[in-house]
Design a protein around this ligand. Sequence first.
Ligand code: ATP
Ligand code: MG
Length: 137
Amino acid sequence: LERTFSIIKPDATKRNLTGAIVKKFEDAGLRVVASKRIHLSKAQAGEFYKVHAERPFYDELCEFMASAPIVAQVLEGENAIAKNREVMGATNPADAAAGTIRAEFAESVGENSVHGSDAPETAKEEIAYFFSGLELV
Ligand code: ATP
Ligand code: MG
């Protein structure tokens, strides 16, 4: 079974959508194997999103990710990385397929409710950034 890293973003935690989003994961066959609610500093958000440092939305993205608590999770399942991205839907909710998390819950291309790793290598790095070996069973 594959593992991927997920964030329920501030726009979603603020609107009390954590359970509704986890239900989407579970309905798709993804299992939550680690979970914690944390409030990132802007510097920590910046480190996590450093691949986007040159993008015009980087500063806005880091402010947003540090604006309220997030829920960081590890999801496990068959083809978990691809399955999670399918359940999330397109980055811009205007383009997201019906029934996906972003189609139902996202507010804008920036405040789009969830993050999900895009490849095995990034999944590994992102899981290690948020969880210690002792927290992963
Ligand atoms: P994520 O990496 O969060 O799972 P993604 O892979 O669909 O989303 P990326 O292109 O990696 O999207 O962008 C990372 C995040 O940056 C997006 O999820 C969104 O929050 C923000 N973002 C992307 N494009 C824009 C934009 N044009 N304006 C504002 N914010 C944006
Ligand atoms: Mg991405």
